[in-house]
Design a protein around this ligand. Structure first.
Ligand SMILES: Cc1cc2nc3c(=O)[nH]c(=O)nc-3n(C[C@H](O)[C@H](O)[C@H](O)COP(=O)(O)OP(=O)(O)OC[C@H]3O[C@@H](n4cnc5c(N)ncnc54)[C@H](O)[C@@H]3O)c2cc1C
Length: 376
């Protein structure tokens, strides 16, 4: 058993760090924007990191997606620029159902462009009413004599108006299906979502009687829920990777501050309660990192069985990131509160992680259900 990243992942970390160094001067502006930042996108395209999101057959790096590689990169990206992290992650989240269940033609058409970040992907599950209760979606896919017809509305969809295609989860008959909708298809319209505490590229998507060929369906009719779970099995872990990177960045800010600033004749870092907070932060980060890497490693071995560990890693890391960044703000006193300072941005960016890709309470329900089932 080896608990260290091997040379391949270290090289990837270095590549991701070179990318974040290149975008560092524009990271604050990008993180304040709810539109795609052209400079960050261009740098992402040049970095070739998105090739991690598609199989080798379509220009990717490995025969299949490597969840640990994706985690390692998100950890580095999120520490510098949440906008870049989101753009990177969405290329996988929005295209994974195509990788898993798309036809040869769908894969050949979209995946190479996804891997080069030339086409931006989006996954449309959430609706104005349906959130955690995904099975309550009302967007409907109907088979007609001439093909498929899609009607309904999706809400808070990452990449929004910037997406080149949407992978849409819809009700079909008594089950659920996934369908691939190019953004320029007649009947598709996008409007702005509300601005969030941590700006994010988001859109409200409307599908009014969108006519699609029958080949637009991903996999079989009724396979929609399985495809959502497969996507979450791989990508929920990557949220954990991003949360670990965020917490690490916050802690480094707090360490630098508490080492330099003295009160009561000593550096803050040497005052007992502050030292305890620092120790708790680094320990909790390390625990979450290990759980995340292990879950990612398991997901590579067996993606179908990954969801349970993926949920635990996401729960642990996103809750940890919120606790850590809150403590770091506290240790930095008034300097922790300065608008658009690094620590203040991290503080705002940590919060949504406990809600998207499975709210913590919903994850706990699933984890407990599995536990009760597993204990003999
Ligand atoms: C930045 C951001 C990006 C997003 N991007 C996308 C995207 O790309 N595609 C997409 O489809 N969606 C996206 N979403 C939407 C996201 O997936 C939903 O916000 C999430 O699923 C939670 O749904 P909800 O917000 O409707 O909360 P609700 O379902 O209304 O839940 C609210 C709260 O109620 C509690 N709760 C809910 N159900 C239970 C339960 N069964 N047991 C116990 N407690 C419960 C939890 O505390 C939860 O936080 C995004 C959201 C954000 C904030």
């Amino acid at each position: 058993m080896n608990f260290e990243l091997d040379a391949r992942y270290i090289a990837l970390q270095q590549q991701a760090r070179a990318f974040t160094r290149a975008i560092d001067p524009i990271a604050v502006a990008a993180d304040e924007s709810s539109q795609v930042h052209p400079g960050v996108l261009a740098a992402l395209q040049q970095s070739e990191l998105c090739a991690l999101m598609v199989p080798a057959e379509y220009g990717g790096r490995g025969e299949r997606l490597d969840p640990l590689a994706i985690c390692v990169v998100r950890e580095v990206l999120m520490a510098t620029c949440s906008h870049a992290d989101s753009l990177f992650a969405l290329q996988g989240i929005g295209s994974y159902a195509i990788t898993v269940a798309g036809s040869a033609q769908q894969r050949a058409e979209w995946l190479p462009k996804v891997g080069r970040a030339e086409s931006l992907a989006a996954l449309a599950l959430t609706e104005p009413v349906a959130g955690s209760d995904l099975k309550s979606v009302t967007t409907e896919l109907k088979a007609t004599e001439s093909g498929l017809l899609l009607s309904g509305a999706k809400s808070f969809i990452s990449n929004g108006a910037a997406a080149d295609f949407f992978v849409v989860f819809a009700r079909e008959g008594k089950g659920y299906s996934m369908v691939l909708v190019p953004a320029r298809t007649p009947g598709v319209s996008v409007s702005a979502s509300p601005e969030l505490i941590a700006p994010h590229v988001l859109g409200e998507i409307e599908f009014s009687n969108v006519a699609l060929p029958v080949e637009a369906r991903l996999g079989q009719a009724g396979q929609g829920l399985d495809l959502v779970l497969a996507t979450l099995g791989v990508f929920r872990i990557s949220v954990a990777g991003a949360a670990v990177g965020l917490a690490q960045a916050a802690l480094e800010e707090a360490v630098r501050h508490t080492r330099e600033r003295s009160q009561f004749g000593r550096p803050l870092a040497r005052l007992g309660p502050v030292a305890q907070l620092l120790a708790d932060c680094v320990t909790e980060i390390e625990m979450a990192r290990l759980l995340t890497y292990r879950a990612a490693h398991r997901a590579l071995e067996d993606p179908a069985a990954a969801l349970h560990h993926s949920s635990m890693a996401k729960l642990a890391a996103s809750e940890m990131a919120s606790r850590v960044v809150d403590r770091c703000v506290q240790m930095m006193g008034r300097w922790g509160l300065i608008r658009n300072s690094k620590i203040e941005r991290l503080y705002r960016q940590a919060r949504p992680m406990r809600i998207y890709e499975g709210a913590s309470e919903v994850l706990r329900l699933g984890i407990a259900r599995q536990l009760v089932q597993d204990v003999p």
